[in-house]
Design a protein around this ligand. Sequence first.
Ligand SMILES: Cc1cc2nc3c(=O)[nH]c(=O)nc-3n(C[C@H](O)[C@H](O)[C@H](O)COP(=O)(O)O)c2cc1C
Length: 222
Amino acid sequence: MKRRKFIVGAGAGLAALMLGGCGFLPKDNAQQNVAPAEKDSNKLTAEDSNIQTSEENNTQTSEKEKKILIAYFSHTGHTNTFAEIIQKEVGSDLFAIEPQDAYPIDHDTVVQQARGEVDSQYKPKLSNQIPDIRSYDIIFIGTPIWWYSVAPPVRTFLTDYDLADKTIIPFSTHKGSGLSGIDKTMQELQPKTKVLEGLAIWDDQAKDKQADIVSWLQRLNV
Ligand SMILES: Cc1cc2nc3c(=O)[nH]c(=O)nc-3n(C[C@H](O)[C@H](O)[C@H](O)COP(=O)(O)O)c2cc1C
């Protein structure tokens, strides 16, 4: 299997220090529950519909409103940043996937632990749940790339929920191995789901790559 290199050993302590120094710690950044979308001017709320003329209302009700969720796991905060940029653009709900047992902060320790978990396709128990997954039509699913694959909590998420007939949009952050076929993994784990084009952003570059993220969302038409 052809794999591009990423940093696991050399400089890992420094990397962990730098990440800590930037405040990218999982418990601080990850949100416990579904965070509702901020008001999206494209979306019709019950309140809005009260002040519409009947003509406007006819136009609106003829279009199916797609409800969007962004579900992601993030250990050091980069995928969280990416998820929040998407949320700002599409006005969706945001859900941080959280394992019951938090991963170690120490970089080398988590890298070793994750290697075994990814190899064995381990699915850790999650500490939080989405109350009504059925209400969503489109689900962005984000993960840091761990050992060329989805992080184990994302594998659990993809197994715990039935996402048949929904649309999944993968996104990832990484240190060299890009999307790493996570779109295929998502399709395998959710065979009845439509998986659209994913986007991978290098590590902590999401804020610098806003234009790429916006173009991607425009291509996806969401
Ligand atoms: C356990 C572990 C395994 C990783 N494996 C890969 C990998 O296979 N390929 C890669 O490009 N980056 C890998 N990385 C780097 C992360 O994907 C990258 O730093 C990512 O942006 C972290 O996202 P987060 O801050 O949302 O946790 C790994 C990092 C960790 C901690």
